[in-house]
Design a protein. Structure first.
Length: 202
């Protein structure tokens, strides 16, 4: 709860600060692209692949502070067996995020490093299924964990905070590639290495 209060306070501050530079904004749908990443979630979930779509929404403080919207998803399944049976688990998380990044490069430079962050929602689902080696599982209702097996599932949503840093690389006048490192809190926290490209519409 305290983490949520801090995130909301930071968001309010950023919105108020943004109002002072509104006259210097250039917000419009300027490009769209995709991203692919190798991520390592917390605990014993294990590494997996994340993929998503990203839109370039223009600049907030011309020309260095850029605004983006992103949808990102990852899932991971595990299976463990012992003398008594088998446990299968599955995590799935979907992120809808507003991102900003500050570019250190000058306009027209081919390579431009950046740092940034974002705030958004994460929707996550967890499912666990147990099968006894002595007897096939028996389900009673949507969630049951009986003596011989069963299933359990849960889903929820939360605020997520993103921290990122990377490099943009101009591939052509219409296409910019990027590579970045990211750390995300809430849901199942993770760090990841991402690469992708944006196709410029304007």
């Amino acid at each position: 709860m305290r983490r949520k209060a801090v995130i909301i306070s930071i968001s309010v501050f950023l919105m108020l600060a943004g109002a002072s530079v509104f006259a210097q904004t250039n917000i419009s749908f300027m490009g769209v692209g995709g991203t692919l990443g190798y991520i390592s979630p917390e605990s014993d979930i294990g590494s997996t692949i994340a993929f998503g779509a990203r839109a370039n929404l223009g600049t907030i403080f011309k020309p260095n502070l850029k605004l983006m919207a992103e949808g990102l998803v990852w899932s991971k399944g595990n299976e463990e067996s012992d003398l008594y049976g088998t446990v299968k688990t599955n995590w799935r998380q979907i992120y809808i995020t507003a991102l900003t990044k500050y570019s250190f490069g000058k306009s027209g430079e081919k390579i431009s490093p950046y740092v940034g962050g974002g705030l958004g929602m994460v929707f996550y689902r967890f499912k666990s299924e147990y099968k006894s080696s002595m007897m096939i599982k028996a389900n009673v209702g949507s969630n049951s964990m009986g003596l011989y097996g069963g299933t359990y599932s849960s889903s929820d949503s939360d605020l997520a905070l993103h921290f990122l840093g990377g490099v943009d690389y101009i591939l052509s006048p219409q296409l910019t590639g990027f590579a970045e490192f990211r750390y995300v809190t809430d849901g199942a926290d993770f760090w990841g290495i991402f690469a992708g490209a944006i196709y410029h519409l304007k």
